[in-house]
Structures are given as structure tokens and as C-alpha cells.
Design a protein around this ligand. Sequence first.
Ligand SMILES: C[S@@+](CC[C@H](N)C(=O)[O-])C[C@H]1O[C@@H](n2cnc3c(N)ncnc32)[C@H](O)[C@@H]1O
Length: 548
Amino acid sequence: MEVERKKSGIEGAGRGLFAKKDFQPGDVIFTLDRPYVAELDINRLQDTCAWCFQRGAADDEERARRAALGFFTGGGIETKACTGCKRVRYCSKPCQSKAWKREHKHECKVIAPETRPDLPHGVRAVIKLLGRLKNDSAGKDELLLDILQFTPAGGDKGEALERIKKENPQRFEDFSMLAYGAWKYSGEPSIGDMDSEMIAKAFFYNVMSNTIQLSSALDDTSLGVGFDPILCSANHSCDPNSVVVFNQPKLVLRAIKPIKKGEEIFMKYVDVTNPFSVRQAELRDSYFFRCQCAKCKKGAAFPEDKFLKAPDELPKDFFKLADDLRKRHAKQLPTFFVPANDPEAQLRVAAIQAEVFSVSGLTFDVNKGNDTSSEEEVLDALKLCLNTGLWGYTRQPVPHLLRQLLVMYLSQGRIYQAWRIGALRHFLISPTLYPTASYPDRVIDCWMMSTATNSLCNPNIPGHKEIFDQCLKSGFDLRIVYFGFLIETREQIERSFGKDSPFGQVVENVFQKTMQNTDIPLSEIKDKVKETWPKLKAVAHNVDVLKL
Ligand SMILES: C[S@@+](CC[C@H](N)C(=O)[O-])C[C@H]1O[C@@H](n2cnc3c(N)ncnc32)[C@H](O)[C@@H]1O
């Protein structure tokens, strides 16, 4: 491996991951066949292979609905339940047998009883880790012991745990209860002369506070979480130089900036397009540390922290609403603090931020879940941001809210509305938030635009022929737009997910099929795309998201 672990450049951050050679943006730093720990979300247990993470076909109704919209409908793999526990499923015998040897034998009986609910991913992970540790009396599995060295539970000799207990007693209590549950379910194992209850706790904290979200790029669905002692040695930076890509079941770390030999490799644990105080709060509440990255050391001094005008200029019309929100979000105001001359303006804008971020799914109240917001709530939050005149399209949570709306519209079959939001994101937002064109989130968005455009080109879908003709009248051909997005996705695959990834293969198949069905040569199509793109950009600029 072309990386090594040594003391991080961030003071107090423990170890970090360092490059042993130079990397260019898009280069693979390393690939892991599978994360050391990988757990499906509870709601994916029924349709996803618990070993390779390939997602089976969604149910027939969902599949037919997606197919009617011209969308990818899943790889079509079938999964079968383990006959022992009937809770986890596998797509093939080889997957099942690898999983059994490696981990499932430790959990099968524990999770089997019908009276037991499906357990959350952190608890399932700890049950397997305890089983693995118990069976490894020779201490051959170095990575397993290594997990116990991670901060916050081990590497810093428990200091961070003490801090969490003090600063976030509720979270500490919840985590401790779940770790205790995993230990009890596992039958209070005796592991040499170790205190197995403490180990369960350390495993739980490390898995929960160092995990990577695993999602499927093809249909943009969350699948579960992963933890890997090598990958998770990389510290967080709000200006990361690498990104993790999940190619079911491989984990790939790729450079997104040039990295010199000897330089520390940083990834992101949270969304780094959020303003400074929001990033700090999310890292504090979900990962239990204060970010000391080079960017955060400079404070709220970057484009994501800027409003279009000073918070002091909040129009008077918003005072009453903001004052009501101040009461509702009183506890969250420090997190959403914004510098302003007038202390009243500071509090009003902080209250508006607390409201709109909570609609976008970020809430820093441990007693509240991240409930999905309704279309009306998302639209109200967008209106609030844009009508104050403080927010532009690239200041969060506007991009989050627009994406929420886009996904909502796509799932409701309101493709043209989704498409217009997508066009706006593609031209006006993504290049600012993710300047590297091969950035995985950008490639996923581009793929989403290509499937949405393809759907608009289908005259059999009610209403689409009219939209197609209307676009043609305004000077652009949606078939060319479809080609444009598909070609762009394909061009960026190599340096984002890789051609051999499940995502890369689907994109390639779709591209080849599309080319077979047209007699226009690729070079000619590319010329037409070039001609069309400025017109499409103009459309994107004119989209009024409040009047779709
Ligand atoms: C996934 S681990 C990374 C490896 C860890 N540094 C170690 O020594 O095991 C995450 C922990 O590293 C530390 N850390 C990572 N990024 C940091 C940052 N930007 N600022 C401060 N501490 C950080 C925190 O203690 C956090 O809980």
C-alpha cells in the first residue's frame, strides 16, 4: 500500500494517514476488497446481499414505476434469507459462505429469536466483533485489536469518552445502553482476561463515531455503514484532498487534489459545503471531536460562510417570524451564530438558519430524529432563504433543499420539475461546491440528469411529448441534452468510480445501447452538445425554483 500511518499533523488528533508517493486528482490511493466491518441499514436487510452489498431488485411495483419513468431498475439479483436466522440475505452461495466464515457464525444465533427486533447496525457490528475477538485467542487478527486503539474510545486513554459524557450525557447514555445490549445479547462473552463489557463499549464508540456511509451510486440509496481500521486512520479535513467511493463491496480512496509524497491524506466525515459553525457542530455531535483542520483554524472566513448581504440587512418583514423561531430553536442558536453588528440581527438570522437547516435534515437536538420533511416544508424553507435576500443558490442549506426537492419530484414522477432543478444545480451550484469535475457526487448528479432527460424524451410518458416539443421550439433538442449528460457521466467515470465498478458498467452499457440506436456519429453528437450547452445554461439561469 502506498500509504503509512504515523502521528497526524493536527495537534491532538492522534495518528493519521500519509502518502508514500505523489497522487494526482482522480488517482486511486488504495482499494479495499471490503470494509473490515460493513453493516446494512435495517431497511436494506430485505433487499441487499449482506456480504457483497449488491442491491436486489426493488419490489415489483417500485420496479415497474421506475421502469415507466425510464430509470435504472436495479441489477435484478435475487437474495435468499439465511435459513438459520432468516434476517440477513445473500445473493449467492459464495457470498453466504464467505460471510459465514468471517462473521455470520458469530451473530446468526444471537439475532435469530423471533421475539428480538432487527437490531441497529452498530449493535450488529459489535456482536460480530466480540465473536471474532473471542475466537481469536492467538491474537492473529491485528486489525481487530487495532480497532480498540482508535480515538475516542482507546487511543487517547478514554479522555474523549469522559468529555462526551460531560458534554453530551444523553448521547453517552444512549451509546452505553446499546453497547451494553450488544454485550448482553452476545452472552456476556469471556475474552481472555479482558473486560468484555468495556470492549463492547469501545467497539461501539469506535464503529459509531468513525463509520463511513455506504451508498449505491446507481440509484443514490443509502445501504449501510462501514468501518475499516486502515481507511479510518485518515483524519478529517474540511478541505479534504481525498474522497471515499463505495463500489459495492469495494472501498476506494481517491485523490481529489494533488497530494505530494509525505503529505497527510484527509477525507471528509461530514458535508464540508456547510458553513463553519454547522460543520463544527456536526463533528462535535456525531463524531465527538472539535475540528482542528487547517481550514477551521481560520474560522468562518470562506465562501460557504458568506451571505449575499450582511445579516444586519435582514428585511424588517422577517422580524416577527424570526423572533418566533428564536423561541423554537433557542438551544440551537449558538450553533447557527453569524457575525453581525447588531446583536438582535445576529439572533434573528441564527434562528432562521436553525429552522432551514432542520428542514434540510440537520438537527443538533439529540432528542429529535432527522424526520424527512414534506414538500411544503422544503418549499417554505427555500422561500424563507431566498426571499430574505441573504442566501444565494450556493449557500447551504439551499443546495441541500434543492436536492431534496429534486429527489422528491423524481420519485413522484414530476420529471420536468426535477429536471429544471437539476439543470440549475448542474450549472450554477455544483461547479462552486465541488470544483473537481470527477467529484463522485457531481458524477451521480450528472447521471441522474441523463436518466431524467431520457425520460423526458419518451413520448409514451404522459406530458413528456409536449415538454419535448416545447424545448425544441425554444431552440434545444432534449435528445442532444440526454447525450450531453450521458457523455459527461461516462467521461468522468474513470476518475471517480472506475470503469469496472458496478456503476461504471451500467453507464457503459447504457451508453453502448444508446449509440447502437442512433446513426449519428459520436463526433457529430459532441459538436451538437457543444452548440446546445450554452442554451441549456441559459435555461438553468432562468429557473425560478419557487415557481416550477
Ligand atoms: C477515524 S479516527 C482517525 C484516526 C485517529 N486520528 C487515530 O489516531 O486513531 C477519528 C478521530 O481522529 C481525530 N480527528 C480526526 N480528524 C480530526 C480533526 N480534523 N481535528 C481534530 N481531531 C481529528 C478525532 O479524535 C476523531 O475521533
